[in-house]
Design a protein around this ligand. Sequence first.
Ligand code: URA
Length: 187
Amino acid sequence: MTLDELEMKCKDCTACELCEGRTNVVFGIGKKDADIMLIGEGPGENEDLQGQPFVGRSGQLLDKFLASIDLSRDKNVYIANMVKCRPPKNRDPKPEEQDLCIKWLREQFKIIRPKIVICVGRISAQRLIDKDFRVTKQHGEFIDKNGTLFMGTYHPAAILRNPNNKELAFGDWLKVREKIEELGIEI
Ligand code: URA
């Protein structure tokens, strides 16, 4: 199955009640065989309206971090979320919603086959790296999982709330750049 075919299927998903409030399914965006994949939490209001991940203020900051290390959703990364439909009032996606949605992400991984996965924020890091993941303690650490490197970093929304974290987050993105060079990944 291609990524486009998977997206078509995902758009009809009614597995959990988040489908009831959605304007659009936010499947993901970017290079279809990207070596670097970013996983956020779930769509917010702007993302739900536009059908694309990280298009609000958080997304603008994320794009700045990416640009600082020569990455962009237009060229060389793929961006998706743990859940594809907007949780009401921007609450955290519930574990059972994530359980029902993760099959789409697994299929995305299988097709895209990224070498590096960046978990943007606690929700995806706790689900994909370690259930007790603490962003403040473990951000910037790469963990090899069956040949794919996973790293968790600050969510841009957390940085907008507390700008003191910006330098730390920037350091994480510089580590991504170093890892890309170390692995000889062509971007
Ligand atoms: N926050 C996320 O985690 N994902 C988005 O797509 C937008 C905001």
